[in-house]
Design a protein around this ligand. Structure first.
Ligand SMILES: OC[C@@H]1[C@@H](O)[C@H](O)[C@@H](O)c2[nH]c(CCc3ccccc3)c[n+]21
Length: 446
């Protein structure tokens, strides 16, 4: 592979999220989150796993930051647990909870690692779910109160802020499919939740601008590139609809001030009447400094007589798959980056999540030669670099994830880390993919 060199100020990072790594689920005044409630509900999580202890990052954060330093990570994307800050979701804040994130943030800065803070990565205070959660429009204002406190306390030292992680997953896995917290199965609720999460994002951006802080603020949707399974007209139309449901459903409100008409009709035809106050759309379309994208895989799409479209990856044996059953399709990242560069007015983009779960094997010397993950990382970075050469303003890459952690409904069975975590004693071991990433960072390329 001819030497691939990234731009000199390209940011090399890694990402985690509070509920997936912290543990200490009820320590130092933290309130219950909807993921505490969901994972404590029998039958929701594989093997009955939960985040009570997770990777115990709450107590081991200094050791974990030392490992980031050893790998040479330049920026660390972490999320703040809202119920650690506001145990009841609003009102009186919890000094001890805030103190943890101050200690974590200053330890990163001390080690020359730029903090990138995600305000919401799914762990809503349960007390807010008790009053309707994200389906209750008032929660958007409680989110601004929460965000505003963190802007005030950490805004002068945190250079990157991400308001919301994956509104689509929160809305549709949590409120339509019911496989994520809070486990609701209702399309209309899912649409309200999606809208209110975007509204909370826009309001928080507005609050951030008022404070004239030195950092940058954005949002982290999940995208996947859709390809028609054939060149039949019906499959091409089905693919357009699938792209609308996932990708346009985010891009249009945030960058064009409206929801995509074809998808609104799709939902209306399925009994979910959908329209929101026009003034909301202005708030949702607040200017952001960067778009953070989570990309893992792509889908091939076929026409379906009832549902309009069906994604057929599980029928495709020609692609390698990860332990999540997702096809490995690096060109989908390239195509996504070119598309976003075009659709989002050449906004700065960072890849806020990219990575893969594989069934890692530990050899007799305790080393983990996770070649599949190493190949996945290299192949996706090659595509990211190609996009940069095409003029895409790609500014950074955050690998998912720093360490093996709680993979939502799959519990600890799916491992995405470049650092292995022993589930018995929580011992950390850098995998060969971690050493590869160290070399990539050192060389600023492949
Ligand atoms: O599944 C790996 C990671 C999660 O651990 C992160 O918390 C989450 O931000 C994240 N998003 C995606 C892509 C969208 C997706 C999420 C959950 C389930 C299926 C697809 C993959 N991941």
């Amino acid at each position: 592979m001819p030497g691939i060199v990234f731009p000199k100020d390209f940011i090399w990072g890694c990402a985690t999220a509070s509920y997936q790594i912290e543990g200490a689920f009820d320590e130092d005044g933290k309130g219950e989150s909807i993921w505490d409630r969901f994972s404590h509900t029998p039958g929701k999580i594989l093997n009955g796993d939960n985040g009570d202890v997770a990777c115990d990052h709450y107590h081991r954060y200094k050791e974990d930051i030392a490992l980031m330093k050893e790998i040479g990570i330049q920026s660390y994307r972490y999320s703040i647990s809202w119920p650690r800050i506001f145990p009841e979701g609003k009102g009186q804040y919890n000094e001890k909870g805030l103190d943890f994130y101050k200690r974590l943030t200053y330890e990163l800065l001390k080690n020359g690692i730029k903090p990138s803070v995600t305000l919401y990565h799914w762990d809503l205070p349960q007390k807010l779910q008790d009053i309707g959660g994200w389906a209750n429009r008032d929660v958007t204002d409680y989110f601004v109160e929460y965000a505003g406190l963190l802007f005030e306390k950490l805004g002068d030292v945190v250079p990157y802020w991400i308001t919301q992680n994956e509104p689509w997953i929160v809305a549709f896995l949590g409120h339509m499919m019911g496989v994520h917290a809070p486990g609701i199965k209702d399309l209309k609720t899912a649409l309200e939740v999606f809208h209110n999460i975007l509204l909370s994002h826009g309001k928080a951006v507005g609050a951030y601008r008022q404070l004239n802080l030195p950092g940058k603020i954005g949002i982290a949707p999940n995208f996947s590139t859709k390809y028609p399974a054939s060149d039949k007209k019906e499959d091409i139309e089905a693919c357009e609809l699938a792209d609308g449901v996932l990708n346009k459903w985010f891009i249009y409100p945030v960058f064009k001030g409206t929801y995509p008409e074809d998808v609104v009709k799709f939902y209306r035809d399925r009994g979910a009447h959908f329209d929101f106050p026009p003034e909301d759309m202005k708030i949702i379309g607040a200017d952001i400094d960067f778009l953070a994208i989570n990309y893992y895989t792509s889908e091939f799409v076929k026409h379906h007589p009832v549902n309009g479209f069906v994604e057929i990856n599980n029928e495709l044996s020609q692609f390698e798959k990860t332990e999540m059953g997702w096809i490995i399709y690096p060109k989908g990242l390239y195509d996504l980056l070119l598309r976003l560069d075009n659709d989002c007015n050449k906004i700065d983009i960072i890849i806020s999540e990219n990575g893969a779960a594989f069934d890692d094997k530990i050899d007799e010397n305790g080393n983990i030669n996770d070649v599949k993950r190493m190949n996945y990382i290299k192949e996706h970075l090659i595509q990211a670099h190609k996009a940069i050469e095409e003029g895409v303003n790609l500014k950074g890459y955050y690998l998912w994830s720093l360490m093996d952690n709680f993979e939502w409904s799959f519990g600890y069975s799916k491992k995405f880390g470049i650092i292995h975590v022993n589930r018995e004693n929580l011992k950390r071991t850098i995998k060969n993919s971690g050493y590869l990433y160290r070399d990539i960072i050192k060389n600023n390329g492949l």
